[in-house]
Design a binder for this molecule. Sequence first.
Ligand SMILES: [Cu+2]
Length: 400
Amino acid sequence: MKERTTGRLSDLVEGLHERERDDHSHATTSEDVPQSRRVFLARSSLLTLAIPGVGAALAACSPSGATRQDTTGQGAAADTSHGRAGRGIHNSDSRLDSAVLKPEHRPGTSATGSATQDAANVAYHRRAPELPALPSGNVQRLHFQAREAPVRIDDTTVVAAWTFEGDVPGPIVHTRVGDTVEITLTNDAVVPHSLDFHAAQINPKEAFKSVIKGQSLTFAFTPKYAGAFMYHCGTAPVLMHIGSGMFGAICVSPREPLPPAKDFVLVQSEFYLAGAANGTRASDYQKMLSTLPDVVCFNGRPNQYVKEPIRVKVGDRVRFWVVSAGPSHPCSFHVVGEQFDTVHLGSPPGNAIRGVQTFNVAPGGGMIFELVCDVAGEFPFVNHAFRHGQKGAIGLLVVE
Ligand SMILES: [Cu+2]
């Protein structure tokens, strides 16, 4: 059983490079791929020029001001005008930020700041998929640093990444319905960044606004619904920031605990990589627009759970908290040789469907998949849209 399964997986993985070449050749001819950096810059400039005016108008209409939830007291965190000082106050929600587009930031790639520094010495590490235990108490205080950092995703590839806390994806957050999460974002990166939690119901113009280098922003929220939710940087262009690594999962448990299980978190995402330079491969905005990724994977590493599987015991209930971070593709989640007895489409424990083979998790979405492991063996869990499975969105669940 083991050899046969491994052989089949090897075939799948071997197809990766051939498919990548196909994708690249298509990407250069696709009609919806902008043909030059000039187009990119022109479009970006329009965004930069057009939106500050809107922001200023909105700020002028807002009696509450832009920094109400800036508990650091650094109102300047709201000012991401970058050289437009003296042209009036505007409300710097994340849509205003386009520093990534400035020439000194190498427009269109993530090779900014410290993203390529000391890349040769970055070690590979497997990302633990286990859901962290709930913290004690009803208030959880978190502090994320937005940081440019090289991240090794396999033996041969170091990505010049934009990160929360130095890794892709960012930390897994676990909380409960009705508890409070207080989060401080500090930006250590050249480019402005922000933090958008899908588990929150909050004014995004204030809580999710961008923070410039050296400054911080704090906000708090109390999740109303249980489920697997995404968080991400929402700074414009959002595609660039998510595609460069700024995303993660927040798992919200219901007040009444779910049945005992082995809980694992899988965040699917895509990498769109430029050629190697300075020992790293930067994320490439043009390729993101093409929607033809080089790598699709769970928890930031292609095939990492094939190399080192997830292991459970016969009789265990397994609960996968699956978040599809995208930025652009869903996850058609499936476990080969198994069926999900329960898929929570919405907030558990309600909103479940039974006896499911595959279900699509939309980009920006999350769902909870449960199965009971009553047969021993090696069960591949995959994105059953196999062009993505073959690019690394595949792992092994070993039932012993
Ligand atoms: Cu960002």
